[in-house]
Design a binder for this molecule. Structure first.
Ligand code: UDX
Length: 397
């Protein structure tokens, strides 16, 4: 697909960029020619979670092996993949034991881009962490990136690796924290949006990653928090705040299903509408998506499920085949539904015509896990509307 200028996943701006730089890109990654005369290798392969929560490094080592076998001169390896603390040092030893002909500098340079804004994040990063003891390697990286000096944090590789886990886990911690506060809001009849607003105005707290919802998902936060917890245990230590973060998230993810039981003690026989299936908007990624966890739970019942997502998700059809109906417009998804779950805050969902709920649903019960609508907007419709950390609107009585 890449050879035909096609990107195998959805990421805004990426396809345009790949087309623009067509002449400079070569995808012969299985050929040894790729390794000829290369000054710098970037390793950016996945490090998936193993059953015990640790990170699987097999793809990283496969990439290192390819380099060791095929290089034709001294070179630098930049590790962008999120790898457990100590991995860069182990790779250095591995190279020393297996390669005598050339010298390779190894640099930890963790990646902080977010899906959906990946190209922007890459072009204009907030910081660049370089973990290495090689002055030559630092120069090589700075020559490539050409950013202002104040953007760089120069450190050793263990520290660089830890910065990545500490950053991702801290963001996950903020989310679990605000989610717990939202649960308190529901108990005290307080409003989470105003709590968030009030907190975000304090610069020390900051305005990002404090949006309550049905928990974090995706290919990074769930995996990296567990990997950090695993790493702490491996050195006979602990990181209790992150252990709590993980536990809170597990519970939060199915919060809307718990709320739905108020209306239906058994989901058998229901028509269910789902709006949004990705782990966040502007991506087609459903890995560890809270929506998928909920969908799988709903499929344990005899439910008829219609799913709408603003951009098509190929994988959904492959995985679920005829067990769900994939629909490309909101009105049809809602047709005759007994309940509607909103799992992702896509702009198309936030801006939908609210009349569609009462017009199309058999029973307009809406469980919004991402607070997509203002209570003031929705209160004028004949619906039951439950969201996160805000009062319930019940206009059906
Ligand atoms: C994350 C980090 O942000 C990025 O720096 C790192 O390189 C990779 O992991 P990403 O997984 O693309 O990026 O998504 P992000 O925008 O961080 O969102 C992760 C999850 O947190 C999503 O499920 C999102 O819905 C959730 N989230 C985010 C909240 O529930 N509330 C928030 O306030 C922010």
């Amino acid at each position: 697909m890449l050879k035909n200028d096609e990107v195998p996943f959805y990421e805004p701006m990426l396809e345009k960029m790949i087309k623009k730089n067509k002449k400079r890109l070569n995808y012969d990654f299985l050929s040894s020619k790729l390794y000829n005369d290369v000054d710098v290798f970037f390793i950016a392969v996945g490090t998936p979670e193993k059953n015990d929560g640790s990170a699987d490094l097999k793809y990283v080592y496969e990439a290192v092996d390819g380099i060791i076998k095929n290089i034709t001169k001294n070179t630098t390896i930049v590790i962008k993949s999120t790898v457990p603390v100590g991995t860069n040092n182990k790779i250095k030893e591995y190279i020393r034991d297996n390669l005598k002909k050339f010298i390779i500098n190894v640099v930890s340079n963790p990646e902080f881009l977010s899906q959906g804004t990946a190209v922007q994040d890459e072009i204009n990063p907030q910081r660049i962490i370089i973990g290495t003891d090689s002055k030559q390697a630092i120069k090589t990286i700075k020559d490539i990136y050409k950013h202002k000096d104040e953007k760089y944090v120069l450190t050793d590789s263990n520290t660089a690796e830890l910065i990545k886990y500490a950053s991702n886990s801290f963001l996950a911690l903020k989310i679990s924290y605000i989610n717990e506060v939202s649960n308190l809001c529901e108990k005290f009849n307080a409003n989470i949006e105003d709590v968030e607003k009030g907190m975000k105005m304090d610069k020390r707290i900051g305005k990002y990653f404090l949006n309550a919802g049905i928990g974090y998902g995706g290919s990074c936060f769930p995996k990296d928090t567990k990997a950090l917890e695993f790493m702490a245990k491996s050195v006979n230590s602990e990181i209790q705040t992150i252990t709590a973060t993980i536990k809170v998230n597990e519970k939060q993810v199915t919060k809307m299903l718990d709320k739905a039981r108020k209306y239906y003690s058994n989901f058998d026989g229901l028509n269910v509408a789902i709006l949004g299936i990705t782990y966040k908007p502007s991506t087609d990624d459903i890995r560890d998506s809270p929506a998928i966890i909920n969908l799988n739970k709903l499929l344990e019942y005899k439910t008829a499920i219609s799913v709408y997502n603003p951009i098509p998700i190929k994988k959904l059809k492959e995985i679920y085949k005829d067990r769900i109906k994939i629909v490309n417009n909101i009105a049809e998804t809602l047709k005759n539904a007994d309940i509607c779950f909103i799992f992702t805050e896509w702009q198309q969902i936030k801006e939908m015509n609210l009349k569609l709920f009462e017009k199309n649903m058999r029973k307009p019960i809406i469980l919004d896990g991402r607070n997509c609508f203002e209570l003031n907007q929705i209160k004028d419709y004949r619906v039951i509307y439950e969201s996160i950390g805000r009062k319930t609107i019940n206009n059906l009585n």
